[in-house]
Design a protein around this ligand. Structure first.
Ligand code: FES
Length: 197
């Protein structure tokens, strides 16, 4: 085959024989480069994904004050006077998907100590079943000042828009401490339906 005389010693016979070879070699370098970058991406992307997912993951809620069984001390039994309701607040940790806030007021109850025969203890939620205002003590028993719902001394609804009587709350006396298990109930209905906390 004739070789042009102008070609010097740098002439590459492979180029002469196979004109497309240089382009293919360049292309091969590009492919290898992409493969390397892709391999690096396999390391980088999952690492970024782990950081992102841990940032979005909800934290586990902490233990509620008063124990996981939900009992909260609210008063001394000796503080209760027969037939005189005592208002008490449930103080504990407020837990959401991200935070645990200690010493928050979780709710309010009225404690009733009965004195005829065997002494008894009752606790009633101070949350009005109508729209959730705080129920107060009154001469006849209890009253919700928001829309004037009246309840008798046992918490039974007498008049007003409250669709049901005051909601009972579990209570007990342990070592002289009055404890309650706070619960919230759906507002606005005649049926007493416990809300999940
Ligand atoms: S919120 Fe109590 S009567 Fe309306």
């Amino acid at each position: 085959m004739h070789r042009p005389e102008s070609c010097s010693g740098s002439f590459d016979s492979r180029v002469w024989k196979y004109p497309g070879m240089v382009d293919r070699r360049k292309a091969l370098k590009v492919v290898v480069g992409f493969a390397g970058a892709a391999a690096a991406g396999v390391v980088v992307f999952p690492a970024a994904a782990v950081v992102a997912s841990s940032a979005n993951a909800p934290r586990l809620p902490g233990r509620r004050a008063g124990g996981d069984d939900g009992w909260h001390p609210v008063a001394r039994w000796d503080d209760l006077v027969v037939a005189t309701p005592l208002q008490a607040h449930i103080i504990g940790a407020e837990v959401d998907a991200w935070n645990v806030s200690p010493d928050r007021r979780l709710g309010t109850v009225w404690l009733l100590r009965g004195g005829e025969g065997t002494e008894t203890l009752r606790a009633l939620s101070a949350v009005c079943p109508h729209l959730g205002c705080l129920i107060e003590h009154s001469a006849r028993g209890f009253v919700c000042p928001c829309h004037v719902s009246d309840f008798d001394a046992a918490g039974t609804a007498l008049r007003g828009p409250s669709p049901r009587s005051m909601d009972p709350i579990e209570s007990r006396v342990r070592d002289g401490e009055v404890e309650v298990r706070w619960a919230q109930f759906r507002l606005g209905g005649a049926d007493r339906i416990r809300e999940e906390s």
